[in-house]
Design a protein. Structure first.
Length: 363
């Protein structure tokens, strides 16, 4: 869907819901004194933001329930930067933040990709938002205590908002939503294979499996899928990351450059690959391009990602900014203690050590 049509549909649906809620509970009114109007408006905005966080948690819970009902296996559940995952047979809490996402629930399908149910898992979050919205909106005329009435009204409006944001198929410059993923999977065996493989790779990394032990079989169809399909391209993105983690840097570098130059991968993946290529160019003693301003904005949102810290660390070493390099290294070690993927930490720590030797040799 076109960007402006998507935003118009989301805004229109949410506003219709908010107007109905306002008629029922009188959230704000132009008849109020100006001071009272401003107080009510601020309280409504703050309440909407808080209810939005709750609906995000419900959305990811919807994916979890739908996935388990469809035969998937739990891997991780994240809201904001708080993430719960299974490691060594225990449920542990870790920290992870990904630009463009307010939450994420990842599962793995243990069966054949041809038999993999995809509709309920992908729409589970949207269905949970709609279901909760209907319940909360139905309670609005029934409840007589005003604060609870307002809470139910805002929860209903936020549920509608989340359902529209995630359900209407849309692929932004950074990421694709649930509706877009489902459209990509429709009648496309290659996309189903890619979807299952990406989930399988994530499951193995969550368990701490070394990159070298991730089976090449998971990527056997990576070059055969439709390159205009974002899920097929996501498998090649995953493959490039695994090649880098396994120490096969030249292969990773070639594939990353191909994917970035192709211009079909998600903007988030392209920005992350440019960060990887930045470091690989340094290590190969090649000309190092300037970091793009657009990428820096994404890196700022992902300032606690180990790969981003590693890249900025390399930049600081190149510019001989010892103080910034020291701070970045300290931040990396702080992040490492709560980061969910042990192999990522090991890979990035090794690259940071290689970067130190690279710039020490140039002195």
């Amino acid at each position: 869907m076109k960007k402006y049509l998507y935003y118009a549909a989301v805004l229109a649906g949410t506003m219709i819901c908010l107007v109905w809620v306002n008629l029922k509970v009188r959230l704000i009114s132009f008849a109020d004194p100006f001071g009272l109007y401003l107080v009510k408006l601020c309280c409504t905005v703050v309440g909407f933001i808080l209810c939005e966080r709750i609906q995000i948690a419900l959305h990811e819970g919807g994916h979890l329930i739908a996935g388990l009902l469809s035969g998937y296996r739990f891997i991780s559940y994240r809201v904001g930067r708080m993430m719960w995952m299974v490691q060594d047979g225990r449920l542990v809490r870790r920290n992870l933040s990904i630009a463009g996402t307010a939450g994420q629930c990842l599962l793995e399908y243990p069966g054949d990709y041809r038999d993999m149910p995809v509709v309920l898992y992908n729409l589970g979050g949207v269905l949970m938002n709609l279901f909760s919205a209907l319940i909360f909106l139905a309670l609005v005329p029934v409840i007589r205590w005003y604060p609870l009435q307002v809470f139910c009204g805002l929860m209903g409006a936020c549920g509608v908002f989340q359902a529209l944001v995630n359900g209407i198929p849309y692929r932004s410059k950074i990421i694709a939503n649930d509706g877009a993923n489902l459209m990509s999977l429709r009648n496309n065996p290659a996309a189903r294979y890619a979807f299952r493989s990406v989930l399988a790779v994530n499951a193995r990394l969550s368990e701490g499996l070394p990159y070298q032990e991730i089976p090449d079989e998971l990527f056997r169809n990576s070059a055969e899928g439709n390159k205009d399909n974002p899920l097929c391209e996501s498998l090649r993105v995953s493959q490039a990351g695994c090649l880098l983690g396994a120490g096969r840097r030249e292969e990773a570098k070639a594939l990353m450059q191909e994917l970035v130059d192709g211009g079909r991968i998600l903007g988030l993946h392209a920005a992350m690959f440019r960060a990887d290529l930045y470091c690989l160019h340094m290590l190969d003693r090649e000309e190092v391009p300037e970091i793009l301003d657009a990428d820096r904005k994404i890196y700022l949102q992902m300032k606690d990602d180990p790969a981003i810290i590693r890249t900025l660390y390399g930049e600081a070493l190149m510019k001989k900014d010892e103080e910034n390099a020291r701070k970045l290294k300290e931040r990396f070690e702080r992040i490492a203690a709560q980061y969910p993927y042990v192999q990522d930490i090991m890979m990035n720590r090794t690259m940071m050590e290689d970067l130190e030797r690279r710039w020490a040799d140039s002195e």
